[in-house]
Design a protein around this ligand. Structure first.
Ligand code: NAP
Length: 359
């Protein structure tokens, strides 16, 4: 018997990717596709790939609370409210927004708002164990540093009620840098990242018009993009402040994070490769490419994969790690389903085995 799921924010880009991926998931049936302004409208009017006569539902917390799992794919404001209501009702939730990823203090710093439920903030060391940051491959800061086979967050996600699905930039960056934490000098990390326009969501915005984006490349958010705080919070302790600079690139999907750090004296290129392989050779979704081979965003499109590779520059003593994902896949909906599989006791890869589309 399949688990019963609801998606809130199904009329947005993250939500509709959940609908698409879950359509072929053998263990989860989507019973509710809830939207806000689009409630009552035919799904196919917005998303022609989902032809049929399904309409967006209204958001009904009581109806959602009766389901086995609810995905929240809304802005963080409504997710703060609904996530808390569903958590308190004992319903398993995967929240794609930033509502629960940081400590209450961190949320105040980066989102300029008072967190209404500090007890549910995954970034707070004292938070209830019912909330967990949803990057299953990340070493568990509570469980200790990872060596081969060491504890990762997936073990706690299995026991959680509320999962704070990571942001897209933090996912690519943390996967690239976390295994190298002990090899990098604190305070030396710089991340230069690029995302396609779907990272900004579905609502029309002037700077996202085709005629503005096409043929253009622009920096935004520097020096204090909100994902900076999330990356610093979830990098292994002691690495210090980072410089994070995102860019908007003229493509629909895809995200590439190029991460630089000064290596601790005596660190070799072999040490770097060994650390990456030790972390990921047994992971189903993270693939380490040979040094000198660089990942393509296009190769990950539609998948839950991350491809990364590292090169060491002996001249400067720096490592460059390049990490690519689909922002709507491992950066949002794919990762949310990976987390739901863990929450529900399903095989972690269920419904997520498709590889990317190329070309
Ligand atoms: N896009 C990405 O690559 C990405 C990656 C990682 C995480 N995220 C996060 O995932 C969440 C959704 O992102 P998105 O890109 O899918 O955004 P989006 O395309 O703008 O969609 C937002 C969704 O939330 C609904 N919504 C808006 N205001 C609401 C309210 N006050 N109450 C309830 N629902 C409301 C919208 O409904 P209507 O359309 O019916 O009004 C829509 O379904 C955000 O928190 C975002 O930061 C996005």
């Amino acid at each position: 018997m399949a688990y019963r799921a609801g998606i809130v924010g199904a009329s947005g880009y993250g939500g509709v990717e959940l609908v698409r991926l879950l359509t072929s998931h053998p263990g989860i049936d989507v019973e509710v596709v809830a939207a806000h302004g689009q409630a009552g409208e035919p799904v196919a009017n917005l998303f022609p790939n989902l032809a049929g006569d399904r309409h967006f539902d209204a958001i009904d917390p009581d109806e959602l609370a009766a389901l086995d799992v609810v995905f929240l794919a809304t802005p963080h404001g409504p997710a703060l409210d609904l996530g808390a209501v569903l958590h308190d009702a004992g319903t398993r939730v995967v929240d794609l927004s930033a509502a629960f990823r940081l400590s209450a203090d961190g949320f105040g710093t980066w989102y300029h708002d008072v967190h209404p439920r500090p007890d549910l903030a995954a970034g707070d060391d004292a938070a209830a164990t019912s909330t967990v940051y949803g990057l299953p491959e990340l070493p568990d800061p509570v469980g200790g540093a990872r060596d081969a086979g060491g504890a990762t967050l997936r073990d706690r996600i299995r026991e959680a009620t509320l999962v704070a699905n990571p942001g897209c930039y933090p996912t690519a960056t943390l996967l690239g840098l976390a295994p190298l934490a002990s090899l990098i000098e604190p305070g030396t990390i710089v991340v230069d990242a690029k995302s396609g326009t779907s990272g900004a969501g579905r609502p029309a915005k002037d700077h996202l018009h085709f005629s503005h984006v096409h043929g253009d490349l622009v920096t935004y958010g520097a020096p204090a993009h909100r994902h900076t705080g999330e990356i610093e919070r979830w990098l292994p302790a002691g690495l210090g402040a980072i410089t994070f600079t995102p860019h908007l690139v003229p493509m629909s999907r895809g995200l590439l994070a190029t991460c630089y750090g000064k290596l601790v004296d005596g660190t070799s290129a072999t040490d770097v490769q060994d650390a990456l392989h030790s972390a990921y050779d047994h992971e189903p979704f993270v693939h380490v490419l040979a040094s000198g081979t660089f990942p393509h965003t296009k190769a990950l499109a539609g998948s839950n994969g991350c491809q990364l590779s590292a090169v060491v520059d002996d001249r400067t003593g720096r490592v460059t790690v390049t990490s690519a994902i689909d922002n709507l896949g491992k950066g949002a909906a794919g990762q949310a389903i990976q987390n739901a599989n863990l929450l529900l006791g399903l095989e972690e890869t269920t419904g997520l085995t498709a590889i990317g589309m190329y070309p």
